[in-house]
Design a protein around this ligand. Structure first.
Ligand SMILES: [Zn+2]
Length: 158
């Protein structure tokens, strides 16, 4: 099962991040998955429920799909692709570059640690108290795909 392999890879990646950040228990994970990976977010969540363990035993997963971007080499039009038709909608040319859409990325985690037992949910409009934590979490926005640009330390075999 495709989703299970990816869920296990994500669980491993998140566990590594949890250790690095000193988390004792991860509450919530957000991941970005490219639409080209053809993953059902609901199936990935179910698979994650089976794969999670250790620090992730009580975490839930939030999946957002990202669509690839098509750039027309003929007229330069750019748009997010929501079909598998890579023809340019502006001029009809099939001469197009497709980029993105194959991401597999851990974008943020909410967690408990010994230092701060119960951090609240991450609120983008939140107060200054969250600023440091947000910086940490951005640093944890690990690239899970060795083919994507990013820290090669986070590669996942799949
Ligand atoms: Zn075009």
């Amino acid at each position: 099962m495709h989703e299970l392999a990816i869920a296990q890879a994500l669980a491993e990646l998140a566990e590594g991040e949890a250790v690095r950040l000193g988390a004792t228990s991860v509450l919530h994970l957000r991941v970005k998955v490219g639409a080209l990976r053809q993953i059902e977010p609901e199936m990935l969540k179910d698979a994650f429920d089976m794969a999670r363990a250790g620090r992730l035993a009580h975490s839930d997963l939030e999946v957002s799909l990202t669509l690839p971007i098509v750039r027309c080499l003929h007229c330069g039009a750019e748009e997010r692709l929501d079909t598998f038709d890579t023809r340019c909608r502006a001029c009809g040319s099939t001469d197009a570059d497709v980029s993105g859409g194959d991401e597999l990325e851990l974008t943020s985690m909410e967690f408990e640690s010994d230092a701060s037992p119960a951090p609240g949910p991450l609120d983008p409009s939140g107060g200054a108290g969250l600023a440091d934590r947000r910086r940490d979490e951005r640093a944890a926005g690990a690239q899970a795909d060795p083919s994507a640009a990013g820290d090669p330390g986070y590669g996942i075999a799949h």
